[in-house]
Design a protein around this ligand. Structure first.
Ligand SMILES: [Zn+2]
Length: 119
């Protein structure tokens, strides 16, 4: 259940990309366009095993949505999810600080994924 106490799936954040498209984070770790429209290439967060990781990825995305264009959101979020689902190891280049990653760590993950895609 969400920390706010609501059991039903609900919006936990909503913010716009650099080019003005709204992105919404949901309490179960899903991330969609406005009104729940699926983002092409982003799977739903159905597994309870990955729900915590998907929520961390969701919050990390939220901090960075404003610097992304809409066509970069899927790549950025999938990269964050991949990193968030990995078990924590000393080799990890990012730190988990309670609420979420420090912004610069999430940003590094996003930039790496986007530059790989455009290479
Ligand atoms: Zn909530």
């Amino acid at each position: 259940m969400c920390t706010c106490g609501i059991e039903k799936k609900h919006k936990i954040w909503r913010t716009a990309t650099a080019d003005g498209k709204d992105v919404v984070g949901w309490s179960d770790g899903d991330v969609t366009w406005a009104f729940g429209y699926a983002i092409r290439g982003v799977g739903l967060a159905h597994s309870s095993a990955t729900a915590g990781a998907d929520l961390r990825a969701s919050w990390a995305l939220r901090e960075n949505v404003g610097m992304l264009d809409a066509n970069e959101v899927a790549t950025a979020f999938n990269a964050l999810r991949r990193v968030a689902r990995q078990p924590l190891t000393a080799a990890c280049s990012w730190r988990f600080s309670g609420e979420g990653w420090q912004a610069r760590d999430a940003r590094a993950v996003i930039f790496r994924a986007l530059s790989k895609e455009s290479a």
